[in-house]
Design a protein around this ligand. Structure first.
Ligand code: FES
Length: 94
């Protein structure tokens, strides 16, 4: 199972993710407070996060992300990026 390391509020938490689920799904299942104002539909950017390692292990950036101004591999919408391998993710500061 892919391992995701989430960093937020000065903490680092390792999570086992399911192949193909989104970063948002993995975070919420483990109680990690990734914001998701639009309900995970790619319309709000509150789930925006930074990929510190393993961007190649996430699904390619999609049209919704591009429409919301996400243009770099290190910058993703948690609800749109699907997990296919290990990565390290940093949540946005409040
Ligand atoms: S939850 Fe709104 S864009 Fe991801």
């Amino acid at each position: 199972m892919p391992k995701i390391t989430f960093t937020y509020d000065g903490k680092k938490i390792d999570v086992e993710a399911k192949e193909g689920e989104s970063l948002l799904e993995a975070a919420l299942r483990e109680g990690i407070p990734m914001e998701h104002a639009c309900g995970g539909n790619g319309f709000c950017t509150t789930c925006r996060c930074k990929v510190n390692k393993g961007s190649e292990n996430l699904s390619p950036r999609n049209d919704r992300e591009e429409n919301m101004g996400i243009t770099e591999d290190s910058d993703r919408l948690g609800c749109q990026a699907q997990i296919h391998g290990d990565c390290e993710i940093e949540l946005a500061e409040d």
